[in-house]
Design a protein around this ligand. Structure first.
Ligand SMILES: C[S@@+](CC[C@H](N)C(=O)[O-])C[C@H]1O[C@@H](n2cnc3c(N)ncnc32)[C@H](O)[C@@H]1O
Length: 238
């Protein structure tokens, strides 16, 4: 992808995220921010035995998933929350304050690709609709390896990634260039995930087709995607 195309996608994504983050209340009905992702919540019972829980949320947004996690483990967790947008982290702290979990949240303004995941640091790493926005396919595979190494033994990874994305202008049927920095076929993505996490115990693996409309400047875009979910646990000997 050219530098110009990357800047174009990032500017458009910044605009659309800033619009929704500044106009929408977290957990209020009517948008994708209305509730946490069930796949993430379903993992939490698996962590209850731990004395202290270190968590990483890559592309955290305004806290849709990390705030409910912090509420669940308010006495024994820290969550490093990474997002490219200042506004996301600003709103994340406001929401954390509102939900009384500010002490559990460590907001970091950074790209995912520039955030260095230290080996053997986390009990849970989540990335919901975020990893496909790193700057290149090589940055994507590098980050997956960092995630694998960044988990402690028995640590859990939860990835939700769009693949096979197509975008169409609803007004005239024109096929558009998707606003995704990394847009792998679902087969390729599944193979990369299987290779990277081959020694992990798989807890959930799904591929779900989704289609929805998104407003963009002068047009409505119909987006079609195969959403790949992987939840997997690192084995003790990994
Ligand atoms: C679709 S939103 C999902 C937010 C959150 N994970 C959730 O489920 O509510 C994607 C988020 O990733 C952030 N993002 C996009 N590209 C990024 C990058 N390269 N590095 C860090 N964050 C990024 C966006 O600013 C946005 O907040």
């Amino acid at each position: 992808m050219t530098k110009e195309r990357l800047s174009e996608i990032r500017a458009a994504e910044k605009q659309s995220h800033e619009e929704i983050y500044s106009s929408t209340e977290l957990f209020k009905e009517g948008s994708w921010l209305q509730k946490p992702v069930k796949t993430v919540l379903d993992i939490l019972p698996l962590l209850t035995e731990k004395e202290y829980i270190n968590i990483l949320d890559l592309g955290c947004g305004i806290g849709r998933n990390c705030i409910p996690i912090a509420e669940t483990f308010i006495n024994n967790c820290n969550i490093d929350c990474v997002d490219i947008l200042d506004l996301a982290i600003e709103k994340l702290y406001q929401n954390a304050e509102l939900h009384k979990v500010k002490d559990n949240i460590n907001g970091i303004v950074s790209t995912i690709e520039d955030f260095d995941i230290k080996p053997c640091s986390y009990d849970l790493i989540i990335a919901v609709s975020a990893l496909e926005h790193v700057c290149s396919e090589s940055a994507f595979t590098e980050k997956l390896n960092e995630i694998k190494n960044g988990l402690k033994p028995e640590g859990i990874v939860c990835l939700i990634i769009n693949s096979n994305v197509t975008e169409t202008n609803k007004n005239n049927g024109e096929l558009l260039q998707p606003h995704f920095e990394v847009n792998l076929t679902s087969d390729k993505l599944t193979n990369i995930l299987n290779d990277t996490f081959n020694n992990f115990i798989k807890l959930k693996e799904t591929k779900i087709k989704q289609q929805y409309d998104i407003p963009r400047l002068d047009k409505t875009v119909s987006l079609s995607t195969d959403v790949i979910t992987l939840v997997a646990k690192k084995q003790n000997n990994n």
